[in-house]
Design a protein around this ligand. Structure first.
Ligand code: NAP
Ligand code: MG
Length: 519
């Protein structure tokens, strides 16, 4: 069907263990994919620039791997600096010609809403693509796609509600402010929630009149490419959304450093976020960052134990633990510690891990071999630090990147498994005696993304919520997202907020206009 001329190199971020193949080749612009659940679809392989799928300029391609089987799904085109250049030029033209930011804003809202409806009509295929590419349980993918649809629809409603102020400066002048878009925005997303992160990035940028160049993660590029086919149908003009698949060191760097890009929005590791922040500073670009976490999940003795255990399970094993706000440090009040451990161990061992297309699976595959290796390395670190492995701690099977739900007890607060983000189904449990003690332990972290509080006492809940350093606090629930509730981190967990009205200000700047009136 297509020719692969040269095998150029075989390394990439996710290649430790299984080699990810990269070629120079000519691919068909779509390839037929049969999904394990019987659905079939055509996967676009090109970059998406100017409302068209195009090959990369150098005809470079890379392999996309199914993490549950370690088998190849397909190859897609790999963007490079010259492709970023073309995408930025397209986005810049779309911004300058007024085809998007110059129209009646309600029409931007209508287009975004139509995009949401087109996604909704095709949500079974889209959720399945996410599970195929990322390895997450199909129930999680369905939840992600619902959040995507709701968020796009909700954002659409903001389009015609972006206003300024009339400033009274007396009769000699007329003064007002207007909030205007920034221009071309660069957006770099991770692999743990591929389409949801795409939505969190593009919706606030588009509704406020900006245009975007977005890089998907190299291990999960398929869903954002697939939904791009709906962008022209939704009535979004050419150049408004451009997707350049590829690698962080090439496409990501080119986006971050491009002089025409006015703002960079990034979700991923704190290390890469720091690097992007520094690079963007040279160009004085605006930056928003959604970074890592090591979120505390606190269980007080008066919590309803069964519910608390279920919430802790959801907090750490949901999305195979590959969640920036995973409740990976659990703190349990001393008087219920033994009972909690007994129930939590049993619940962890009863979790269905495996084939993510099985409707009853809760925990699917880790997304890449690199991630699997990283998590298993942390299990070894935990053991060598002297923590007690209560359950799990090993790979499940030999094909596919599955890990048993893993619990460590008898941890000390300075252990690396308590301090560092593992990004997998691995949790530590610590005993506490008093509220002050647990707040000190919870806040003793460079991060501050989320926190969970489990108690039947409203006073405890609200007082602890106030004192814990976290951008999101969940009370008697966890990983409980809503499109209208903002999300983002304190401290090393990031800058800026996503979702809700809060996300819009990342994409707007104030213009003050002052006119002198005739005497
Ligand atoms: P990462 O390096 O932060 O990757 C996130 C995104 O940034 C990907 O699209 C990546 O491209 C891109 N990128 C990488 N280097 C870049 C650079 N120099 N300039 C611009 N963009 C760049 O994360 P990772 O390596 O995939 O995962 C490492 C760890 O990060 C995980 O184990 C986890 O702890 C954490 N993480 C956190 C989140 C979160 O939601 N907070 C998400 C993912 C990972 P590639 O496609 O080349 O990777
Ligand atoms: Mg990576």
């Amino acid at each position: 069907m297509f020719s692969r001329s040269t095998l150029c190199l075989k390394t990439s971020a996710s290649s430790i263990g299984r080699l990810q193949l990269r070629y120079f080749s000519h691919l068909p612009m779509t390839v037929p994919i049969k999904l394990p659940n019987g659905l079939e679809y055509e996967q676009p392989t090109g970059l998406f620039i100017n409302n068209k799928f195009v090959p990369s300029k150098q005809n470079k391609t890379f392999e996309v791997v199914n993490p549950s089987t370690e088998e190849e799904i397909c190859h897609i085109y790999e963007g490079r600096e010259d492709d970023v250049e073309e995408a930025v030029q397209a986005a810049d033209r779309a911004f300058s010609n007024g085809s998007w930011n110059g129209i009646d804003p309600i029409n931007r809202g209508k287009a975004l809403y139509r995009l949401a409806e087109l996604i909704e009509q095709d949500k079974d295929v889209i959720a399945s693509i996410e599970t195929l590419d990322n390895g997450k349980a199909i129930s999680s993918s369905r939840g992600d796609v619902e959040l995507v649809i709701n968020y796009l629809k909700s954002s659409a409603g903001f389009a015609d509600k972006i206003d300024g102020r009339m400033v009274d400066t007396g009769r000699t002048h007329f003064s007002y402010t207007k909030r205007q878009p920034l221009g071309v925005c660069g957006q770099i997303i991770p692999w743990n929630f591929p389409l949801l992160m795409w939505a969190w990035k593009i919706a606030p940028a588009l509704v406020t009149g900006n245009t975007v160049v977005l890089k998907t993660a190299e291990s999960t590029p398929l869903s954002a490419l697939y939904v791009s086919k709906y962008i022209p149908q939704a009535g979004i003009p050419p150049g408004v959304i451009n997707i350049v698949s590829g690698f962080g060191k090439i496409v990501g760097e080119a986006i971050t450093n491009h002089p025409k890009i006015k703002k960079v929005a990034f979700t991923g590791s704190t290390a890469t976020g720091r690097h992007i922040y520094q690079s963007a500073a040279a160009g004085l670009k605006k930056v928003t960052l959604e970074l890592g976490g090591k979120s505390p999940n606190i269980v007080f003795a008066d919590a309803e134990l069964k519910k608390a255990v279920q919430n802790i399970i959801l907090g750490i094993y949901y999305n195979s633990g590959e969640v920036c706000c995973a409740g990976s440090r659990v703190y349990v009040e001393e008087s219920i510690y033994d009972k909690f451990i007994e129930e939590f161990k049993a619940a962890s061992e009863s979790i269905k891990v495996g084939d993510p297309f099985d409707e009853s699976t809760f925990q699917g595959a880790q997304t890449s071999q690199m991630q699997l290796n990283k998590i298993l390395k942390y299990v070894d670190i935990g053991k060598s630090e002297g923590a007690t492995l209560i359950t799990g701690g090993e790979r499940l099977g030999s094909k596919g990147y599955f890990i048993k739900p893993t619990v460590f007890g008898d941890v000390k607060e300075d252990m690396r498994i308590v301090k560092e983000e593992i990004f997998g189904p691995v949790v530590t449990v610590t005993k506490f005696k008093s509220t002050d003690e647990v707040i000190n332990m919870a806040n003793d972290s460079e991060y501050g993304l989320a926190a969970g509080i489990h108690t039947s006492n409203i006073n405890t809940a609200l007082k602890v919520a106030d004192r814990v350093n976290a951008g999101t606090v969940w009370i008697n629930t966890y990983n409980d997202f809503h499109h209208a509730v903002p999300f983002g981190g304190f401290n090393a967990s990031g800058l800026g907020r996503e979702m809700s009205v809060d996300a819009l200000q990342n994409y707007l700047q104030v213009k003050a206009v002052r006119a002198k009136l005739d005497e």
